[in-house]
Design a protein around this ligand. Structure first.
Ligand code: C2E
Ligand code: MG
Ligand code: MG
Ligand code: MG
Length: 275
């Protein structure tokens, strides 16, 4: 922004970059460096089985250890990494690292749990995506039943035929499939039945005010019901309060993830918790 004349009128030059754009340019060059130097780290958040009251799995969530700016969350850089195509190497690293870490913990003899990995649309559309998953399983030596892939509802519904085909191949490898952020996209329920899916994961925005917002209350109940009718499991994400847990228990939600139990934590922290 430039100051005009002596008054306090401000105006924006057309060619001038906004703060957002400047930040983005900075992020773009830093991201290239981050991939080269591997500045990423996985955090893990437990997923709790509501019936057994114990840990059922964990979701791997990427963090960027930026040397200049500290720890950066995925919402700030994943969209840019997608635009740059860098999500492909980053995503493969996440998959590999999550499997390597889980295999290490399985070998140490802790209670065996599954690790969930978020897959971006671009990764899912990659021609050799199934081969990449297969290679990672082989290279890390982890059994496929200990890996779950999370694909968002909106990505799954872009090209339903393609999704059905890829999910079938992934399923034949033995990995688990979860539809993430369920309820925010536009699912075609009849196709959901044809997709080799194991779980629906209810988006956090429905859980946030589920005890006071009667619409979200109905939506959450309906998704739990739909999942069970289709023989799928259902996880609620973003449960923060006793009231959320109570509501989800009363309505037979199978699994819960949220700050109520734990925020995502570093691998060191998560291991303490496994011990
Ligand atoms: P997501 O897959 O839906 O992950 C859940 C997000 O909700 C995580 O945010 C988690 O920290 C947050 N969360 C969990 N419980 C609570 C809660 O009780 N309250 C609140 N306020 N938040 C909660 P995070 O780690 O910032 O990740 C955001 C999104 O970034 C993820 O949403 C996912 O879409 C994406 N993401 C994370 N890691 C990866 C990755 O490795 N690859 C790709 N492609 N995307 C990733
Ligand atoms: Mg997820
Ligand atoms: Mg989600
Ligand atoms: Mg979400």
């Amino acid at each position: 922004r430039a100051k005009k004349g002596g008054g306090n009128n401000f105006y924006v030059y057309n060619k001038e970059l906004s703060d957002i754009e400047i930040n983005k340019v900075k992020t773009i060059s830093q991201l290239r460096r981050a991939v080269e130097r591997n500045e990423f780290e996985l955090y893990y958040q437990p997923k709790i089985d509501m019936n057994l009251g114990k840990v059922h799995g964990m979701e791997a969530l990427i963090r960027w250890n930026n040397p200049d700016e500290g720890l950066i969350g995925p919402n700030k850089f994943i969209p840019i990494a997608e635009e740059m195509g860098l999500i492909l190497p980053i995503g493969e690293w996440v998959l590999r690292e999550a499997c390597r870490q889980n295999k290490e913990w399985l070998d140490k003899g802790y209670q065996p749990i599954r690790v969930s990995v978020n897959i971006s649309g671009m990764q899912f559309q990659q021609k050799d995506f199934v081969d990449i998953v297969k290679n990672v399983l082989e290279d890390t030596g982890i059994e496929s039943q200990y890996l779950e892939l999370e694909i968002t509802e909106s990505i799954a519904m872009i090209d339903i035929k393609y999704t059905i085909e890829v999910l079938k191949k992934l399923k034949s490898l033995g990995v688990y499939i979860s539809i993430d952020d369920f309820g925010t996209g536009y699912s075609s329920f009849s196709y959901l039945k044809e997709m080799s899916v194991d779980e629906l994961k209810i988006d956090r925005t429905f859980i946030m005010d589920v005890n006071t917002n009667t619409k979200n209350m109905s939506i959450v109940k309906a998704i739990i019901h739909l999942a069970h009718e289709l023989n799928l499991e259902v996880t609620a994400e973003g449960a923060e309060t006793e009231e959320h847990i109570q509501f989800l228990k009363e309505n037979n939600c199978d699994k819960v993830q949220g700050y109520y139990y734990s925020k995502p934590v570093s691998s060191e922290e998560f291991e303490k918790f496994l011990k």
